[in-house]
Design a protein around this ligand. Structure first.
Ligand code: ADP
Ligand code: TYD
Length: 207
């Protein structure tokens, strides 16, 4: 989709190290002199950050599964229009902590099989995929204990527990097999610097 820029997303279960690794990759690429936009979903633009608070805080049953798909997609559309697309058009590297694959997994699988609804709405309203998706794969129990170690009010999906994390891990690995051109799977159950080195290699090989 990109016109000069490069769009990289990071995916994986909660606590797999995405936030840690996006920051390290952004620093590395900036040190190389590249113009990098580091962003995240849900959120990444002022409007989408407001939607983030609506979906990740408060009563987990506040929204139906279908409404939740609409909210995540609305947030993504705003983020795409206002942040991602302008940056790519300007030739920048966009690194996004989660993107549409998270909706395919969390909204598409966690409360019944809604994958087709997610995909149809994506085609209609978003219509782009990252050039490269780094999937940080790791043992869900370890990911969950890492995620639980953090303080905060955004516990929405972490609270579903280990079984959901196991299902998400398998789902992400299946997605990586379905889209081998853009996915690279990285073993996240290692020292932070070892994981970062593999990610740098995957990005360098792609460019
Ligand atoms: P995510 O964004 O995928 O939820 P984070 O990057 O926030 O994951 O990491 C979750 C927690 O685990 C943080 O406290 C982070 O410092 C820690 N962490 C990240 N990567 C590693 C690693 N490779 N080994 C040990 N701890 C890690
Ligand atoms: P994030 O802040 O990336 O959480 P973590 O650092 O724990 O991985 O994302 C917050 C939560 O939002 C996470 O539990 C996954 C969920 N999520 C969805 O359910 N659908 C989506 O489309 C996205 C982008 C995130």
């Amino acid at each position: 989709m990109t016109s000069g820029g490069l769009f990289i997303s990071f995916e994986g279960i909660d606590g797999s190290g995405k936030s840690t690794q996006v920051a390290l990759l952004a620093k590395h690429l900036r040190d190389e002199g590249r113009d990098v936009i580091l962003t995240r979903e849900p959120g990444g633009s002022p409007g989408a950050e407001e939607i983030r608070a609506l979906v990740l805080q408060g009563d987990p049953d506040r929204w139906s599964a279908e409404t939740e798909i609409l909210l995540f997609t609305a947030a993504r559309r705003d983020h795409l229009e206002r942040v991602i697309r302008p940056a790519l058009d300007a030739g920048k590297i966009v690194i996004c902590d989660r993107f549409a694959d998270s909706t395919r997994m969390y909204q598409g699988m966690s409360r019944g099989d809604l994958r087709e609804t997610v995909d149809r709405l994506h085609t209609l309203m978003i219509g782009v995929e990252p050039d490269l998706t780094i999937l940080i794969d790791m043992d869900p129990a370890r990911g969950l204990s890492r995620a639980k170690g953090r303080q905060g009010t955004e516990e929405r999906f972490e609270d579903f527990g280990a079984r959901l994390q196991e299902k998400m891990r398998a789902g992400f690995l299946a997605l990586a097999r379905d889209f081998p051109d853009r996915f690279r799977v990285i073993d996240g159950d290692r020292e932070i610097e070892d994981v970062a080195a593999d990610i740098r290699c995957a990005v360098a090989a792609f460019r």
